[in-house]
Design a binder for this molecule. Structure first.
Ligand code: G1P
Length: 288
């Protein structure tokens, strides 16, 4: 039987961005620029490059700048047209044409599992992708496409994982893996943010998932877990009792832009890769 294609994605964006205050006092953290575009734009571009064009953003109060970014801006386009700044015009117009983006509000900060539940009626009965916007992954094959390739083979939920250093284990959902190949694992169990001494492995879940629609019904029955939040990890643990779940070690470089150092590394390295300023920036960095 052919698997159902993954056409939809949900991107939770309701977080308050407290780690980046005061920069995030009046603007969403997803709009902080990583080099020349807001972080959220890289995520949308990754989805599109993986043939996902139906995207729902789970937002909250104070996130209107995200909607404006992906909307047409008549004033700005008119201004650029009048001044014949066609290159810039093209960049601005392209953003609004990127994808069909829908918005749903998460009214209370009840966790990742709850955020995904908020998009339930939109997601319906199809497998869907989840992107956590803090994680940017620079890779030849888009990260979510790497997961979709594994999904196509096993027709089940797939999680992105990475080997994490021991002192960071307690920041991640951690899997108990059975190795299938160099980069693919069958998930036997999963624990949300365990102590390093109790972790079933050093493979932490990073911000990309392909999930089967059953997870939505499971999520509606999940009780508050770690940190008093409805945890996606707890729902995956229940899913595992009846359905297989796989994990894939991503090929590429991941930046955790939710962390100040990770954010700076991302911004710097995306700039270093830029044709126009990369070389000059590299030269400059040698002088500081
Ligand atoms: C969430 C998940 C966790 C996962 C992590 C990846 O945690 O709950 O399982 O490993 O994202 O970034 P958060 O970082 O939102 O606390």
């Amino acid at each position: 039987m052919m698997e159902t294609p993954v056409r939809k994605a949900v991107i939770p964006c309701a977080g308050l961005g407290t780690r980046f205050l005061p920069a995030t006092k009046a603007q969403p953290k997803e709009m902080l620029p990583v080099f020349d575009r807001p972080a959220i734009q890289y995520i949308i571009e990754e989805a599109l490059a993986s043939d996902i064009e139906d995207i729902v953003l789970v937002t909250g109060r104070g996130k209107q700048a995200i909607e404006n970014h992906f909307d047409k801006s008549f004033e700005l386009e008119h201004y650029l047209k009048e001044r014949k700044q066609y290159q810039l015009l093209n960049k601005v117009e392209r953003i609004a044409e990127l994808a069909d983006i829908y918005y749903v509000r998460q009214k209370q900060p009840l966790g990742l599992g709850h955020a995904i539940s908020c998009a339930k009626s939109y997601l319906q009965h199809e497998p869907f992708a989840v992107f956590l916007a803090d994680d940017l992954i620079y890779s030849k094959t888009p990260a979510i496409k790497q997961l979709i390739n594994v999904y196509k083979k096993y027709n089940c939920s797939v999680l992105a994982v990475e080997e994490v250093p021991v002192e960071k284990i307690s920041h991640y959902g951690v899997i108990k893996p059975v190795k299938i190949s160099e980069s693919v694992f069958k998930v036997e169990d999963i624990v949300e943010k365990p102590k390093a001494s109790e972790a079933p492995s050093n493979l932490g879940v990073v911000g990309r998932y392909i999930l089967m629609p059953e997870i939505l019904d499971i999520l509606s029955g999940v009780q508050k877990g770690k940190g008093g939040e409805i945890q996606l990890t707890d729902a995956i643990k229940i899913l595992l009792k009846t359905k297989p779940v796989y994990a894939v070690k991503l090929n590429g470089k991941r930046y955790d832009t939710g962390d100040k150092l990770g954010y700076m590394k991302a911004s710097l390295e995306y700039a270093l890769r830029d044709k126009e300023i990369g070389g000059k920036l590299k030269k400059y960095l040698k002088t500081v």
